[in-house]
Design a protein around this ligand. Structure first.
Ligand code: 4NP
Length: 148
């Protein structure tokens, strides 16, 4: 799960998918990262942590890290939150195989629409709830695909 800062959107996507993987008893490793390094080592944004806690998916223990080229070796699927993250991730790919791993996460729930998970960082509380709703829906589709 990859966004810009790894403190708002991707930590929630990470927490939601981890909870669903655990619930289904699947053996799938889930992690998250940011394409930028400004917040490396920080816990998720307090507003995102509060929203996640309210929905029963605590993400307090995550620490932000930056996406690195090695992630293409370590992961089979890489979900970008918006097209800017998507393009930044692709710029680190070194093969067509790497490129094929990268997907826009909302194309799981809204195929072919290339929608972005809106960045809630500079907005109000409603933005965090909207992010939750979008990512809950998308991770439901992802978990169903992983179960196949
Ligand atoms: P995220 O949100 O990419 O969902 O973690 C942001 C966090 C921090 C910044 C921008 C977006 N920032 O500019 O510091």
């Amino acid at each position: 799960m990859v966004c810009l800062g790894n403190i708002c959107r991707s930590p929630l996507a990470d927490g939601l998918l981890k909870a669903k993987v655990k619930n289904e008893g699947l053996d799938v490793f889930v992690d998250s990262a940011g394409t930028a390094g400004y917040h490396v080592g920080e816990a998720p944004d307090s507003r995102m942590r509060a929203t996640a806690r309210n929905f029963g998916v605590p993400i307090d223990n995550l620490k932000a890290r930056q996406f690195v080229a090695q992630d293409f070796q370590d992961f089979d699927l890489i979900y970008a939150m918006d097209s800017s993250n998507y393009n930044n991730i692709l710029s680190l790919a070194s093969s067509a195989e790497d490129e094929a791993k990268v997907k826009l996460i909302l194309n799981e729930s809204h195929p072919g629409m290339n929608l972005a998970v809106p960045d809630p960082y500079y907005g109000g509380d409603r933005g965090f709830i909207e992010v939750y709703e979008l990512l809950d829906e998308a991770t439901d589709v992802i978990i169903n695909n992983l179960k196949q």
